[in-house]
Design a protein around this ligand. Structure first.
Ligand SMILES: Nc1nc2c(c(=O)[nH]1)N[C@H]1C(S)=C(S)[C@@H](COP(=O)(O)OP(=O)(O)OC[C@H]3O[C@@H](n4cnc5c(=O)[nH]c(N)nc54)[C@H](O)[C@@H]3O)O[C@H]1N2
Ligand SMILES: Nc1nc2c(c(=O)[nH]1)N[C@H]1C(S)=C(S)[C@@H](COP(=O)(O)OP(=O)(O)OC[C@H]3O[C@@H](n4cnc5c(=O)[nH]c(N)nc54)[C@H](O)[C@@H]3O)O[C@H]1N2
Ligand SMILES: [Mo]
Length: 826
């Protein structure tokens, strides 16, 4: 057993291993100071809720409260390891400012009330609007952080009960493009690869994905391969010098927003040098000829000019990818939050299709998720898609869902694509959506162009319901605030990036009168008296397990088949990957192993879209394109970003994450170790730009775009010249308790633009034209971590480290063995 300051050493101790070996177990534990593991009352099984990796852990319960966490050594995902947010973030559950009673707005002020009053108000407003205007007046904006059971229930209420098409999750901001790219290539959502591909890969390419900070346990797996015999080579595509870039054989740092040109350059090289698998192409794909023609003009010189990347680097990256026997690719926000998001992500799928590298150990695609339960939002209908990856433009799928729900098919809206979140806001702005119910997301910090978002939410004619743990920036604008229970306080299941399903059990009671999101949705349905077509209750379940049983039935026979799972089976287990059926009771490690896809027109989730306009293809068009249920290779030409640098705004602004915080920080700012590691907003720029503008390390600056300004201390890093980076975590809540004024200029999204990818409808957070100027000398270095992509280029006389409260235990297998863990590691 060793003790480590995991704030200073976020990835902990290396446990090297070789290709094809099993990743060694290392069990990470952090307990509140002074608590001995022997004195923990109970350990309760769950998984991480602060990213999509699905790291399994047990919560320590002491005297009825959460007192720490320990990784589950037997789990297939993390083999016991935990990232920093999970080691320390649980403390937010017990924050004294948790909401404990519902609030309603009276004479402009939010006042405490009881559940009956709050719910009756929502129900009365719902019924008035249904009568006045119909279901199109109602919009539901949910999350990627609730549980599968909760999304499925909300989807049924909204689609099958009320009949509105206005349902979406913040997954629209997050991994709508992952879903869209998988639908374009494979006609269905669902991750082909498995995390065990890391154990086998000889080349791993990370596209716009800062895995070291955002899936830190997955990164530990890669670090351990890099430290072992015959390590893989990494390719990193990111304009910042992330830890991923620092470990890469080739680091391509393209101009933001040029990913399609870069991918076309790589594809050009792969094809020109014959790195293609003609047998695979012939047997399993359509569309190669068009791709070949499309990428012909993207020589390394041409692509390099667009991306401002040396052509030699593109050649070198293509040589490494082309020489690989086992290629794993991961894709995330640097590709997804961009104007040609889907087009770029699809080109990564194309690399695998033309090389025939799919469905074998080491040959995986991870079109990553971000949020812990985003996969479930997509599977269960929380994002507006029909549950079970049913196709809204296939009447038979709608009829089948109507059978499962026992409603008339006409009750389920399917006249057009589900309304995406940005369109829902437009409808609220125009006054056609009059009730918006926000659950598990904080859009007043996380949506683009916050000035506009505030003005939409502040309208009198919009009835805003917010369901959260805290009085967030968004909750402050609500008409009704509902106090929710969260992870650790309620039971449910969720699914990570590589389709691994975990059960998360209730460990402690929620504070005050806070209720599980599931119970709130069930109460709404009951009060509205929603009925099926035989007059029985529409929602036939009453608790998490009965909801899960219902969801299993809905998923039966669909790609994301949960029918072989149960709470009993998940309890104590090591995580099970869907599809899990009677035939495959232990789950399925990789999709498409035999080159067979879910893409038959009668079965598939999507007929695809035009990659430029986003217009959905007609069933007949799809049938003609892909008559034999193969994978579809779709080509795309590069188009420049919509907002280009100008004389007034000569730089490009990108936004994103740091290791120590989660999103709008409602949880991580309430964990002292994490908050101390990154206490305030900063802006990153390179030394050449800083020198030219007279900006020194730590100076106070103002960053401006055509939409607003943010004030931040400057951190000088190795970021690409001409590019600024702001973390988007900092809203207006201060750890002191109060809120800074909403127009104080701290949130990155004051600066971002109202614009999205035409195909996935994912907003663009990674390109905006911007400028920066120095306001004043700083007092010391910027409040940015030194351990991460924000590492300074020069010594700033300060290193990120934790205090005594950051000490965490690491127990290596063989050094006493992982204590108290069950199950097996794969
Ligand atoms: N610590 C931490 N971990 C998290 C989260 C968190 O908030 N904090 N959130 C979770 C969620 S919901 C998500 S979605 C994921 C996100 O995980 P990531 O996508 O890894 O995180 P980001 O920082 O948003 O963006 C990744 C990288 O994209 C790069 N980038 C910007 N523009 C471009 C471009 O035009 N091209 C390319 N190639 N790269 C570009 C940025 O420099 C950045 O390093 O993280 C998950 N994990
Ligand atoms: N500029 C910029 N903006 C971005 C991004 C970016 O890279 N740059 N990334 C985008 C991405 S990928 C994402 S995922 C979004 C994230 O944006 P948000 O979803 O707005 O961020 P969170 O802070 O995670 O908000 C979740 C809210 O749910 C609450 N909550 C937590 N658990 C529960 C629960 O069990 N029940 C209920 N009812 N509430 C709960 C939390 O207190 C919090 O207020 O931000 C997006 N916005
Ligand atoms: Mo996300």
């Amino acid at each position: 057993m060793t003790t480590t300051d995991r704030i200073a050493e976020p990835w902990g101790t290396r446990t090297p291993y070789a290709a094809g070996e099993s990743w060694p177990v290392r069990v990470d534990t952090h307990l509140e100071e002074g608590l001995d593991p022997q004195n923990v009352d109970r350990w309760v099984q769950t998984a991480s809720i602060l990213h999509s990796n699905g790291d399994a852990l047990d919560v320590a319960v002491k005297d009825g409260r959460i007192a720490g966490v320990r990784g589950r050594g037997g789990d297939r995902v993390n083999h016991g390891r935990l990232g920093v947010k999970d080691l320390y973030g649980w403390q937010a559950n017990a924050s004294p400012d948790r909401l404990t009673r519902p609030l309603v707005r009276e004479d402009g002020e939010l006042m405490e009330t009881d559940w009956d009053t709050a719910m009756d108000r929502i129900v009365a407003r719902t019924q008035e609007l249904l009568e006045e205007q119909g279901a199109s007046a109602l919009g539901f904006y949910t999350s990627g952080q609730l549980f599968a059971e909760e999304y499925y229930t909300l989807g049924l209420i909204a689609h099958g009960g009320l009949g509105t098409n206005h349902v979406d999750g913040n997954t629209r901001l997050c991994t709508a493009t992952a879903a869209a790219a998988l639908k374009e290539s494979f006609a269905c959502d669902g991750q082909p690869g498995s995390y065990t591909d890391i154990d086998h890969a000889d080349v791993i390419a990370l596209y716009g994905h800062n895995m070291a900070e955002t899936q830190s346990v997955l990164w530990m797996r890669i670090l351990d391969r890099l430290a072992g015999p015959n390590p893989p080579q990494l390719i990193c595509v990111d304009p910042r010098p992330t830890q991923v870039a620092r470990h890469a054989a080739v680091h391509l740092a393209p101009k933001p927003g040029t990913n399609v040109a870069l991918m076309n350059g790589l594809l050009h090289e792969l094809i020109a040098h014959g790195h293609t698998d003609q047998d695979y192409l012939d047997a399993h794909t359509v569309g190669f000829a068009e791709l070949k023609q499309r990428v012909q003009e993207y020589t390394p010189e041409h692509a390099g000019r667009i991306c401002d990347v040396p052509p030699e680097q593109i050649r070198e990256a293509a040589r490494i990818i082309g020489g690989s026997q086992r290629l794993l690719s991961t894709v995330l926000q640097g590709f997804y939050q961009s104007h040609q998001a889907t087009a770029a992500a699809v080109q990564v799928n194309n690399v695998h299709l033309i090389r025939g590298m799919l469905g074998r150990p080491g040959c995986g695609i991870l079109q990553m998720n971000g949020q812990p339960t985003a996969e479930n939002t997509r599977e269960c209908g929380g994002d507006g898609d029909l549950p079970g990856f049913r196709n809204w433009s296939n009447d038979e799928h709608v009829a089948d869902l109507a059978r499962v729900w026992n409603v008339e098919p006409s009750r389920i809206p399917h006249y057009g694509p589900p309304t995406h979140a940005m369109q829902m806001l437009r409808y609220a702005e125009d006054g056609s959506i009059r009730l918006m119910w926000v659950s598990g997301t904080n859009p007043a910090v996380s949506l683009p162009e916050l000035g506009r978002i505030r003005s939409i939410f502040e309208q009198d004619r919009l009835f805003l319901v917010v369901q959260d743990l805290y009085l967030t920036e968004t909750a402050q604008l609500a008409d009704v605030v509902l106090p929710a229970a969260t992870w650790g306080e309620k039971t449910g299941t969720f699914t990570n990036v590589d389709r691994t399903v975990h059960l998360s059990e209730k460990a402690v009671d929620p504070p005050g009168e806070a209720r599980a999101d599931l119970d709130i949705f069930l109460d709404y349905a009951r009060r509205l008296d929603l009925r099926d077509q035989d007059g029985g209750p529409l929602v036939t379940w009453h608790d998490p397990e009965s909801a899960f049983e219902a969801w299993k039935e809905c998923s039966r026979g669909r790609p994301c088949d949960y029918s072989g799972l149960s709470y009993a089976k998940l309890r104590g287990a090591s995580g099970i990957q869907w599809p899990c059926t009677e035939e495959h009771p232990e789950g399925t490690e990789r999709l498409y192993a035999d080159g067979a896809f879910f893409s038959d027109a009668a079965y598939c989730e999507s007929f695809g879209k035009d990659l430029v306009t986003g217009a959905p293809l007609e069933p007949g068009e799809y049938q003609a394109l892909n008559p034999d249920a193969k994978a579809v290779i779709k080509a795309a030409a590069y188009l420049p970003p919509h907002e280009q640098p100008s004389e007034d705004f000569p730089l490009q602004l990108i936004t994103g994450r740091t290791l120590y915080h989660f999103h709008t920080r409602t949880k991580t700012a309430r964990a002292p170790q994490l908050q101390r590691a990154a206490p305030e907003v900063w802006v990153e720029l390179c030394a050449a730009d800083a020198d030219a503008l007279g900006i020194g390390e730590g100076d106070l600056t103002e960053v401006a775009t055509p939409r607003g300004t943010v004030r931040a201390q400057a951190r000088i890093t190795g970021i690409r010249p001409g590019v600024l980076f702001l973390p988007f975590h900092y809203g207006y809540w201060d750890t002191g308790g109060g809120y800074a004024p909403l127009d104080d200029g701290r949130a990155a999204n004051e600066l971002t633009l109202t614009d999205w990818d035409a195909v996935s409808k994912q907003p663009i957070f990674k390109t905006a034209a911007a400028r920066i100027r120095r306001l004043a000398a700083g007092q010391g270095p910027a409040p940015a971590p030194t351990t991460t992509a924000s590492a300074p280029v020069r010594d700033v006389g300060f290193r990120t480290a934790g205090d005594h409260a950051a000490q965490s235990a690491e127990q290596l297998a063989g050094a006493g063995g992982p204590a108290g863990t069950e199950g097996r590691a794969s």
